[in-house]
Every structure is written in C-alpha cells, then in structure tokens.
Design a protein around this ligand. Structure first.
Ligand SMILES: Cc1cc2nc3c(=O)[nH]c(=O)nc-3n(C[C@H](O)[C@H](O)[C@H](O)COP(=O)(O)O)c2cc1C
Length: 329
C-alpha cells in the first residue's frame, strides 16, 4: 500500500483523486472511483440547481460507503450560478470533502472550513497556491500546463510547478494534469506530491457516463489531439482538437482578433454536453488533456486504480534498487 498525507487525510487507499468534470462528474463515476479506493468527486455545476445536487449526493451515497466529495468551480459568468446554495446543500447533506477551483474562492473556502470540511483547492500557479494555503485549505491541487481545461496563462509544465510547490508550500499538494498511469503517479510522488488528480483518464472508464464513441475516440487519439481555445481572451482552455475548436482558434487568429461574442455560439456549453450524449466528437467543444496520448483502453475504475497502485509500487521498489550502499573503507 502507498501511504501519503493525502490517503491519511481523506481515509482513502490509493492517492488518486478524480477531478471535477462538467457533464461527466455524475454519480456513477465518483461512486466507482471511491469504491475502487480513490476519491470520487461529484461536479456540482453539472446539476441545474442546488436541490438537484442534493439528489445526486444521495444517489452517490447509496452507491458507495467510501469517502467522496463535491467539486465547486467558480467561473466567470454573466449570470452566476447559485454557488452559495450549492455549497449549503452539500454541507447539509453531510459532504465533508470539497474541491474548489476558479476565481476568488475565499468565501467558499471560509464557509467549508467553518463547517469542519476538508478543502482541496485546485490552481495553476504557486502564487495562487500560497494564497489558498493562507486561506486555510488542507491540500492544493496543482494543475500544470498539460491539463485538460484551464491551465492558466503562464504555461509552466508540471515538472517545474511541482518542484516549485515543494520549495514553497507547507501543506500537502497533489499533482494534476497529464497523469494517466503509474509512471505519472510515481513521478509525482518523487516530486513531493501526496498524490495525483486525474480528469481525462477517468472520462475513459467503463463507469464514466459519456457516450461509448467518445471513449473510443479518446483511445484512438494522441497527445497531438488537443488545442487551446480562448488564448487571446486570456481565459485559455485545453480542449479536444476538432472541427469546432479549430474554427474557434481560426476566428481568434483573424486580424484584429476576436471578442467572446464572435465565438459564443460555437463554444456553447450545451453543444459540449450533447457531444457526450450523442457521441459525435465534432458536435461541440469538449475538454481533454495531453494525457490522451497515454490512454489505450477503457477499464473499470477498479481495474484502473488497482493497476496504477500495483505498478507504482513496482516502480518505487525498482527505483530503490538503483541505490547501492557505498563500500565501507
Ligand atoms: C471533460 C472535463 C471537464 C472538466 N470540468 C471541470 C470543471 O468543471 N471544474 C474543474 O475544476 N475542473 C474541470 N476539469 C479539469 C479536471 O478536474 C482536472 O483538473 C484535469 O482534467 C486534469 O488534467 P488531466 O485531464 O490531464 O488529468 C475538467 C476536465 C475534463 C476532462
């Protein structure tokens, strides 16, 4: 068994978190991840309102007696969702672990901490990690440039970000972005992380509630199949490279650039949701990371996590053999 600050804090067996995923983090996936020994997270904003979140928390609890949590992502939005309502309902339902992400999470972190909850805050810079530490979060999840979704605007890869986290942070941190197998987990532990967070890899599991065509598309894809949209709008997002995302990038590159209004219809969240429902990978924008290149199968969460656990132990054991005792003089 691999024991880290994360496994001890959360009461889980394998130091792997399934990150919040819009349209994907519905009960079957977090329940399966938690049952397999990791930490599953329900994605709050996939639900239309706080009462719907209450229902899916109950469904998840019925499907697992292991720890699970809720992701609450604060996005720039013209009509912001009822963040406080989602947070209140989750706490009322007895959820004890939260992943926060996005801008200005201070009030939410304060709310969760005042109710005795564990908070994992996901961020993309050491500066934000240190302010989350000051706000009292328990763990920071450091999303490197490789990640699916929002990598920030600084383009620092996980290798340097994690080593910087080791230099700067006092609280435990986990690595996020580009991790899909035991090599990734072992490397992140070597970089001082207490575990890893995975998104894209968990999308491509039996229990992931998305269309089989998209899972097969992930398996057939490589590390060259993502692109960054919204670079010119300072809100970069790594997504699957398809007809729609390439159109968005072309509009952004037009002389004079683009405003959000110019791409609004192309990037509509509803179209992305339909990709996962109808299985057409070109229907809209959908999020995926560079780790696409490492994904070669569609395992159950149990198969995936057992494999990662077993192989990581082998890698760590193998590395220990590289160290030879010095001959005594
Ligand atoms: C389909 C999809 C949707 C995502 N939606 C969210 C989200 O709503 N909130 C969030 O904090 N992160 C979201 N993420 C990011 C993941 O939680 C995680 O940080 C990221 O996937 C890590 O990179 P990886 O895909 O290389 O493992 C999403 C990722 C994917 C693949």
């Amino acid at each position: 068994m691999i024991t880290t600050a994360l496994t001890k804090l959360l009461g889980i067996r394998v130091p792997v978190v399934q990150g919040g995923m819009q349209w994907v983090g519905k009960p079957p996936l977090p329940a399966a991840v938690s049952n397999a020994g990791g930490l599953g997270l329900i994605t709050a904003l996939t639900q239309p309102d706080p009462e719907a979140l209450r229902t899916v928390i109950r469904e998840t609890r019925a499907a697992t007696d292991k720890p699970f949590g809720v992701n609450l992502t604060i996005l720039p939005s013209i009509n912001p969702p009822d963040y406080e309502g989602f947070a209140r309902v989750a706490v009322e339902e007895g959820v004890k672990i939260f992943e926060t992400a996005g801008n200005n999470p201070g009030k939410l972190i304060e709310f969760f901490k005042s109710h005795g909850c564990i908070v994992i805050h996901k961020c993309t810079t050491i500066r934000h990690a240190k302010s989350a530490e000051r706000l009292g979060v328990d763990v920071v999840s450091i999303d490197g440039f490789e990640c699916a979704g929002h990598p920030g605007e600084e383009d620092i890869g996980g290798l340097v970000l994690l080593a910087r986290a080791a230099q700067e942070l006092k609280i435990p941190y986990i690595a996020s972005g580009g991790i899909g197998d035991s090599r990734g987990l072992a490397a992140c532990l070597a970089l001082g992380a207490a575990g890893v967070n995975m998104g894209t890899r968990f999308m491509c599991t039996v229990e992931s509630p998305i269309h089989q065509n998209i899972k097969e598309k992930i398996v057939a894809s490589t590390e060259y199949d993502t692109t960054h949209i919204f670079r010119t709008l300072n809100n970069t997002s790594r997504v699957f490279k398809n007809v729609v995302s390439q159109q968005v990038v072309a509009i952004e590159r037009r002389p004079g650039g683009a405003k959000f209004e110019d791409v609004r219809d192309l990037v509509a969240g509803a179209r992305g949701r339909i990709v996962f429902e109808n299985g057409d990978p070109d229907y809209g924008i959908w999020t995926a990371g560079l780790v696409l290149g490492l994904i070669k199968d569609i395992p159950t969460c149990e198969e995936l996590l057992s494999r990662i656990e077993r192989e990581t132990e082998e890698i760590i054991g193998g590395m220990a053999k590289l160290v030879k005792a010095k001959a005594k003089l």
